[in-house]
Design a protein around this ligand. Structure first.
Ligand code: NDP
Ligand code: GDR
Length: 326
């Protein structure tokens, strides 16, 4: 008998992770429905290469009626909630919007699922930012949260409401506590992409200096293409649960600079300057995750290490700047 086609709804499909997850689910034979919010110009750059294979629908995490409408019309078997105001720095300038989207948006979506089809399997994009001022090293599923930004606080709410709907209504709802993951599709404001793009512009003579903030912050950086596989694996389990997804290694921002500039034969200390505008009111100093549960229960492994990731991003930006001329 032919297997029933699975249908997945991805919120945040225009973002970095949404584009990689859509590729993965298409390869796994899913019908993929991507929810996008209205904007004055379309921003489908990351999904342009697969757009003809996707069903794009309008909806917004700020508007519960739109979520109910999307679920009723498209009847997905799995929902991946990747949409969020995801930039930590912006969350101090827009704390209420961040809470509406990144925290309450999760409740709107869970409640729509509860009403329309409680059999739907749900993935919530939780974050290592929830650990904030870390209470243990390395961090795992049992480490207490101590968020340090309005974004981190909103993600803690999103995490616990997911646990709560699982326990209150028996939903198959899982949270992936994902540590930083990057790629050539990362937004330009995040530090890895800011550095790789800055290196490419400096190497092409388009600028000389790169202004950054805290060079001592340490992050556990992995490759986004590896991390979306963990999301999918979580929803294939009989039992929903929460998993840390990380590499288990941490590196300071200054080392990111050293590797990225080194890739094109430049000395980072001649180009990087510290600008106070990029310092944060409260910093997360050190993140390093323990992915053992994901490895043991999901069979998940990363395929790209830190140096490979940075070099992949620099190479991609070198090609991009060479082609675009800016
Ligand atoms: P991006 O910032 O690249 O993408 C965010 C997506 O959310 C975009 O598609 C954006 O749409 C959409 N969005 C924002 N607000 C709304 C809204 N009100 N309604 C509907 N859609 C909205 O993030 P990433 O892909 O990097 O991350 C995906 C998720 O994982 C996020 O929730 C993030 O917080 C979380 N996360 C990310 C990590 C990382 O290292 N990348 C680590 C841990 C968690 P638009 O294109 O219109 O702006
Ligand atoms: P983060 O990522 O805040 O960890 O959140 P980001 O790349 O913005 O910052 C990482 C670290 O680098 C330091 N830093 C700078 N950061 C930026 N953006 N720009 C700079 O110029 C700069 N200089 C130093 C920061 O202070 C910080 O310590 C990301 C997002 O994807 C979240 O959505 C996600 O939840 C977490 O990762 C896990």
């Amino acid at each position: 008998m032919a297997k029933r086609t699975k249908r997945a709804l991805i919120t945040g499909i225009t973002g970095q992770d949404g584009s990689y997850l859509a590729e993965l689910l298409l390869a796994e034979g899913y019908d993929v429905v991507g929810m996008v919010r209205r904007s004055s110009t379309v921003n489908f750059e990351r999904i342009a290469h697969i757009q003809d294979r996707l069903t794009i629908v309008a909806g917004d995490l700020l508007d519960e009626a739109s979520l109910i409408g999307v679920l009723r019309e498209h009847r997905p078997s799995e929902v991946y909630n990747l949409a969020a105001q995801s930039f930590v720095q912006t969350s101090w300038g827009q704390p209420v919007l961040t809470g509406e989207t990144t925290a309450l948006g999760v409740t709107r979506l869970l409640d729509a699922i509860r009403m329309v089809d409680p059999e739907i399997r749900f993935y919530q994009a939780s974050s290592s930012e929830m650990f904030g001022k870390v209470q243990a090293v390395p961090q795992d599923e049992t480490t207490p949260f101590y968020p340090r930004s309005p974004y981190g606080v909103a993600k803690v709410y999103g995490h616990w409401i997911t646990v709560n709907y699982r326990e209150s209504y028996g939903l198959h709802a899982s949270s992936g506590i994902l540590f930083n993951h990057e790629s050539p599709r990362r937004g330009l404001e995040f530090v890895t992409r800011k550095v790789s793009h800055g290196v490419a512009r400096i190497a092409h003579g388009l600028q000389d200096k790169l202004a950054l903030g805290n060079l001592d912050a340490q992050r556990d950086w992995g490759f986004a293409g590896d991390y979306v596989r963990a999301m999918w694996l979580m929803l294939q389990r009989d039992e929903p649960a929460d998993y840390v997804v990380a590499t288990g290694e941490t590196h300071p921002v200054r080392e990111l600079c050293e590797v990225a500039f080194g890739r094109v034969g430049l000395d980072w200390t001649e180009h990087v300057v510290v600008d106070e505008r990029f310092l944060r009111p409260a910093e997360v100093d050190l993140l390093v995750g323990n992915p053992r549960r994901a490895q043991e229960e999901l069979g998940w492994e990363r395929t790209v290490d830190f140096v490979e990731l940075v070099e992949m991003m620099v190479d991609a930006d070198m090609a991009l700047v060479a082609q675009s001329g800016h």
